[in-house]
Design a protein. Structure first.
Length: 318
């Protein structure tokens, strides 16, 4: 009788092990059950955040192909409004005319804040005369009226050399350009056009880092990535010079060059599970990933608000 009970006990244990293995196998299959393509384009500023999230998501859902392109915020919204992408990276809110294009093509959408960014004002490390810029000085250099009129450093502040200012900045399709132009030069004013423009921030880094008289601006993350080649300059908005960092960007003291950055989801998130799951994954993990690529996370409560906004957007389609 004892031998029989012992045999039954062993059989029972073996059965439990097999059931557990089967359950684990099923869980593994379920975790990789999604498939499909997710197309993302837009801001070069938001690209590092989205690519970091996409890399983590690919590890969890290897059968979902996530591609992240860079055509600037404006270029991204053009594709987004035509239904060519599922998600658009944006370093500024969508414009009325871009929203109108989406509406004309029956594309509903939702903007979601994913991080904070500061615009870095940078010069060449050999520049030993600029210690900071006032907002007024930045406007004097970049305003459209400065074209053909403001050419030399000496025209900006007494004591600076009579050497040409060589300007580098994002192209006009960039949300970073739009934001800088608005807060420095004024709404619907733009900037001077005689500067080296590129949607590729690495081109701007190269330009300033190899030109003693170079001066430019772009997202803080690209400065952090290349700070051994560049010199970061503080901005004085009337309350003293402030350098951008996690604290000054998140609390708004680095004004007016602090801002939120966004992703925009369209109605494919309501219709396709892989898109929906990717965006949910993005919002739940962005706080842990944005600092790794040089950005400032939202507060935990702010991410909860964005998650609720997205869930409401998805549920409203049902």
């Amino acid at each position: 009788m004892a031998k029989f009970s012992f045999l039954n006990f062993n059989i029972m244990i073996l059965s439990l092990i097999l059931i557990g293995c089967s359950s684990n196998s099923n869980n593994s299959t379920n975790s990789a059950s999604l498939s499909g393509d997710i197309k993302i384009d837009g801001s070069s500023t938001v690209y590092p955040v989205t690519e970091a999230v996409a890399e983590e998501f690919r590890a969890v859902e290897p059968n979902v192909r996530v591609t992240v392109g860079v055509s600037g915020t404006g270029g991204g919204f053009k594709k987004f409004s035509r239904g060519e992408t599922n998600i658009s990276n944006a370093s500024r809110p969508i414009k009325d005319k871009e929203a109108q294009k989406c509406e004309e093509n029956n594309i509903s959408f939702l903007g979601l804040s994913v991080a904070y960014d500061g615009l870095a004002v940078i010069i060449n490390p050999e520049n030993d005369w600029v210690d900071y810029f006032t907002v007024e000085e930045l406007s004097a250099i970049w305003h459209p009226d400065a074209q053909n009129n403001i050419r030399y450093w000496s025209q900006i502040r007494e004591g600076w050399p009579k050497e040409e200012i060589h300007l580098f900045g994002p192209g006009t399709a960039s949300g970073t350009y739009d934001y800088f132009a608005e807060v420095i030069c004024g709404k619907k004013v733009g900037t001077r056009g005689d500067y080296t423009a590129s949607e590729d921030d690495h081109v701007l880094v190269q330009g300033v880092s190899t030109d003693k008289y170079g001066f430019g601006f772009f997202g803080l993350a690209y400065y952090e990535e290349n700070k051994e080649k560049l010199k970061l300059v503080g901005v004085d908005n009337g309350n003293g010079s402030v350098l951008p960092n996690i604290e000054t960007v998140s609390n708004g003291t680095y004004a007016p060059l602090s801002r939120p950055i966004f992703i925009y989801a369209n109605n494919s998130a309501q219709e396709r599970k892989e898109v929906r799951e990717f965006i949910s994954f993005y919002l739940k993990n962005a706080g842990k990933l944005v600092e790794d690529v040089g950005y400032i996370p939202l507060a935990e409560e702010e991410y909860k608000i964005e998650i609720k906004k997205f869930n409401d957007f998805v549920n409203n389609s049902n």
